[in-house]
Design a protein around this ligand. Sequence first.
Ligand code: PDD
Length: 300
Amino acid sequence: MTATVNVDGLISGERDAHISVFDHGFLYGEGVYEVLRTYGRTPFLFEAHMARLRRSAERIALPVPWTDAEILARIDATIDAAAVSLNEGPGDAYVRLLLTRGVGDLLYDPAACPTPTTVIIVKPMAEPPEKVYDEGVMISLVPVLRNHPQSVDPAIKANNLLNNALAMQQAIAKHGFEALMRNHRGELCECAQSNFFVVSQGVLRTPPLDAGLLAGITRAFVLELAAALGYRAKEETIVEGDLATADEMFLTSSTKEIVPVVRVDDLTIGDGRPGPVTRAVLAEFRRRAHAGRTPAPVNV
Ligand code: PDD
């Protein structure tokens, strides 16, 4: 890994980036984050990510001390500093922006931490191998439930990722690419690191937000572009039994774009190959993402 890190404005290599052990992000997982990627130099769907960051922060009563323009300037400065390592690859960057409660005494009272900590991690974008898109992946339906919305609401993109990590541990044990999770009502809601869609008779369906899931930026973008491609796309409750009748299934995430799912554990989805709707959505997604591409930073 070759990461460049910006901690409260101080940019360094990964080995020299430090935060205090008294940061409540470390102590209590108290913080929120966003993961986005660039195409060339341009962070993709930046405004949507910032809007979600602000919604997440508000849900945990964490003030965001920066305007979107200030955050973008910090991201740009970190990408500039990472230019050498980015130029070793295609130039696209993975960007993780974290905002934590900050440093303070061992108390839950937010007043203990007057200043939030801002961290930006930039590293070369490592895309899944093209085989993932050509052949599709197997995911695993795991026993661990997604957090109840009245507990740590999955709508908050929170630094406390134990629920997601436990689900992924169970999926990895089954050699699954992702962990498909049920909500407290037993409905399928989302995966540990992505949202999902099923396609039946040409209609795209994804669980509604009140199923208790992260409002994925890619999910919203796909709902929009599916309509532009002339497909019917709707938010609707999906249960395990629906997988047996689905023609296609795919995952959506900022870092993985649109990933075809061809098996859920032992159940084959459709004919076991990435379907035509998934391929059309992926092609249109990439066309739009690359249309906003700006040149990669120049190696100076
Ligand atoms: N994961 N659901 C969960 C639980 C996620 O963590 C993510 C994103 C998504 C997809 O959201 P988006 O389309 O906005 O990326 C859904 C990111 C990439 C991550 O944590 O690395």
